[in-house]
Ligand binder design. Structure first.
Ligand SMILES: [Zn+2]
Length: 754
């Protein structure tokens, strides 16, 4: 369900400055002895030659031939088709089924009732030449899944992106959404945040529309002439409050099996509090044009040919949303390759197969890359390759409604995953362009090494080199450019939520990577009927060469993780990343203190200017208490212990490297890997984050007000942001404790290595 943006290129480039690592020689592989590395390289070369763009095109044609959302005929048929392929390639595969709450639209009405009348079409028309866009009978209508039922008529208020700062701006103009229907545009945060914040401010309904500024004609030609969102294109999507927990709303924390105890729907906290409906800009324009009230500030203006006003009214709107609240089956396809030496260590690789409609780019482009990996590994098995560890390939169902298939599977297998999981590698959408690599810092040198060995289909440089050049181009300063040129590693982006990695990373604490290509074939097809084979083969990765690159990247990573004699985690990167998070938090508190003091002074002097708009006088906010000093000592002590332990482990690894083959063999026979496999779990606290116990990872969680976007050290960061300072102090003790425990475990690993 991910949407790629080029923004990610620059935002992750502001990296923690890492000390240079002694570069391994080109033939060296992290975690492999020299002789094991030679054998691994030979198998990888065989693997690399197998994934085929033509096969990926053929799989996509089949999988996207009909709409295949959860509960549809074609969803099940696709799962069975993928299963048959896994089996034919010699893999031991089966389908695991869960039964989950999955609402589909029963009634949807949106109309302007005054001062003029207009009824929204809520329809995406078929496009001539695009054969699957006309499959109306099988298409899921446009809606936001897990919207509460409701029937409301109220004045309309335009709330920009619908984030807390937007409501502050409305308040400065004396505009409130209490008792009103909020209309927000898509973008700037995950969609589920918009109805949540609207409800917090007293709105009775929420409409989300796609402004042409963001993915329509302001970006380029619209479909079918170009790739961008046409006038009647609608972004479907889940509005579930997944910041509390993703997956089936009725079975938090346990797999949705027949035996599972289920909540009553009325008690499920992840269903929205108010009705919400997504619409096209064709349907939004008459509503927005009928608004009065203050003219919006510059950054709020979209690309429609109207003057944007805030309201409230005089536009009054009738919004009716009712769903069929059915229980639907989800079908996860699971294939296992047993490990030959350490079968109780698992490398898990997944991509979802369900879509909102035909879903070519999201998710089939990623799914067909995964299938080619599975076919290639099946080929290696026939030639005698035996991975050291167990590999599990998963085609997840129900990702779009909110990570249903992966979350239920992880919850069902939680105990085993806690003991055995080495890493989870996810992909989802895939396009033309640059490698996107996000994930756990302990895997940063490892995946950088993989990226240096994969060739970019356009430039024939490595995909790593191409990404480095893009980041240098996007860098904000000379220092940053110099650092990017000199460092061995490109920094991984941080993961919050938004795809199937969430339960692995956020709930269990498993080292995670999310991989994909993108940035050169952006469009406005996301979650619409137009994300189909026609769109993808005209505007996406049309030659499927980035599909092959994804197979090579993820497949090579799976093989290396499964075959390494010593698990290739890097704790120096983890420690320096953690040190960076601590500094970020100190800076955050300091800037909150400085800004609050400054604002209070201006309010007292009467010089406070909330906006730079001289035409519309604004209302000054009340003064706020300046945030107190907090004790960062537990965090700093924990981070420093981890830094020292990481140094000790790195020295032990260096000694092993110097000693060569026998030293690796001895390490592999020791309990070292059993200790290492627990290092990611040690960063969790079983009590969970404040108010959301499902999230146990103390380093990463989706933000309550950003959705997919990650918050690092979330318990501390969100407490400071939300001005709950005694909670922040408490959270720093918790996170400090987790870091100290991690340091102790890394020390044990260093001792085992010696
Ligand atoms: Zn997806």
């Amino acid at each position: 369900m991910r949407a790629f943006t080029l923004l990610a290129l620059s935002s992750v480039a502001v990296a923690t400055i890492l000390p240079a690592r002694p570069s391994p020689s080109p033939s060296e592989l992290i975690g492999f002895s020299p002789s094991a590395a030679r054998v691994e390289r030979e198998w990888e070369a065989k693997f690399d030659a197998i994934p085929s763009p033509d096969s990926q095109r053929a799989y996509m044609r089949h999988l996207t031939a009909r709409p295949h959302h959860v509960g549809s005929l074609y969803d099940k048929a696709n799962a069975e088709w993928i299963l048959a392929h896994f089996t034919s390639w010699g893999l031991d595969a089966h389908i695991e089924r869960f039964d989950v709450l999955f609402p589909t639209p029963r009634e949807r009405v949106l109309e302007l009732v005054s001062p003029t009348r207009f009824r929204a079409t809520l329809q995406e028309p078929a496009v001539p030449g695009d054969p699957t866009s006309s499959q109306r009978a099988d298409q899921l209508p446009t809606y936001n899944a897990y919207s509460d039922d409701g029937d409301v008529t109220a004045p309309l208020v335009y709330v920009n992106y619908g984030l807390p700062a937007d409501y502050d701006e409305l308040a400065r103009h004396g505009v409130s959404v209490k008792g009103a229907i909020a209309i927000a545009r898509y973008g700037a945060s995950w969609r589920g945040v918009k109805p949540m914040v609207a409800a917090e401010h007293g709105a009775v309904g929420c409409i989300i529309y796609s402004d042409p500024r963001d993915d329509g004609y302001a970006q380029g030609d619209v479909f079918p002439k170009g790739p961008f969102r046409p006038r009647d294109g609608v972004q479907r999507g889940s509005a579930m409050l997944m910041q509390l927990y993703p997956g089936d709303p009725l079975t938090p924390g346990v797999g949705a099996t027949p035996a599972a105890k289920r909540l009553a729907r009325a008690d499920a906290p992840t269903i929205t509090k108010i009705p919400v409906l997504p619409i096209s800009y064709g349907d939004a324009e008459p509503l927005l044009a009928a608004l009065g009230g203050p003219v919006v500030p510059g950054p709020w203006r979209g690309a429609l040919g109207i003057t944007y006003h805030m309201g409230p009214g005089p536009a009054r709107v009738h919004l009716l949303v009712k769903s069929n609240w059915d229980i639907a089956p989800v079908y996860d396809v699971i294939a296992t390759i047993p490990g030959s030496v350490e079968p109780d260590q698992w490398v898990v690789r997944g991509n979802h197969h369900d879509a909102w409609v035909n879903g070519a780019e999201d998710p089939t482009a990623g799914q067909v890359a995964l299938m080619e990996e599975a076919r290639a590994l099946g080929g290696l098995l026939k030639d005698g390759w035996r991975p050291r560890r167990t590999i599990i390939y998963a085609a997840w169902d129900g990702e779009e409604p909110m990570l249903l298939g992966s979350t239920e599977w992880v919850e069902e297998h939680a105990d085993e995953l806690r003991q055995k999981a080495v890493a989870y590698l996810n992909s989802d959408t895939n396009e033309r362009g640059y490698l996107e690599m996000d994930g756990s810092p302990s895997l940063q040198p490892f995946i950088n090494g993989v990226a240096k060995d994969v060739e970019d289909p356009e430039t024939h440089l490595s995909v790593w080199k191409r990404l480095q050049m893009a980041r240098i181009r996007g860098a904000g300063s000379n220092d940053e450019r110099r650092h990017l040129r000199q460092s061995d590693d490109l920094t991984l982006g941080e993961l919050g939520s938004g795809s199937d990695f969430s339960a692995f990373l956020d709930h269990i604490g498993i080292a995670t990577l999310n991989l994909g290509y993108g940035g050169e074939s952006d469009g406005g097809e996301y979650h619409s009927v137009y994300d189909d084979f026609y769109w993808y083969t005209h505007f996406g990765d049309t030659a499927f060469v980035y599909g092959r690159a994804l197979s090579q990247t993820a497949g090579t990573a799976v093989m290396r993780l499964a075959d390494a004699e010593v698990l290739p985690y890097d704790f120096k990167t983890l420690a320096s990343t953690v040190q960076g998070y601590v500094t970020d938090l100190q800076n955050l508190l300091k800037s909150e203190q400085d800004e609050t003091a400054e604002r209070n002074r201006e309010i007292e002097e009467g010089t406070y200017a909330a906006t730079s708009d001289p035409w519309h006088p604004t209302i000054a906010p009340p003064e706020q208490a300046v945030p107190p000093h907090l004790s960062f000592a537990p965090l700093q002590n924990g981070a420093d212990s981890l830094t020292r332990s990481a140094e000790r482990y790195a020295s032990a690894v260096a000694v092993m490297r110097d000693r060569g083959d026998t030293a690796y063999a001895n390490a592999a026979r020791s309990r070292l890997n059993a200790l290492l496999v627990q290092t990611a779990r040690r960063l969790t606290d079983g009590r969970g984050l404040p108010g959301r116990p499902w999230y146990t990872n103390e380093l990463y969680a989706p933000g309550m007000y950003t959705g997919y976007g990650a918050k690092t050290m979330p318990a501390v960061r969100e407490a400071i942001e939300q001005r709950k300072f005694s909670e922040a102090d408490e959270a720093m003790r918790t996170v400090g404790g987790v870091l100290s425990a991690e340091a102790a475990l890394v020390d044990s690993a260093a001792a085992a290595l010696r």
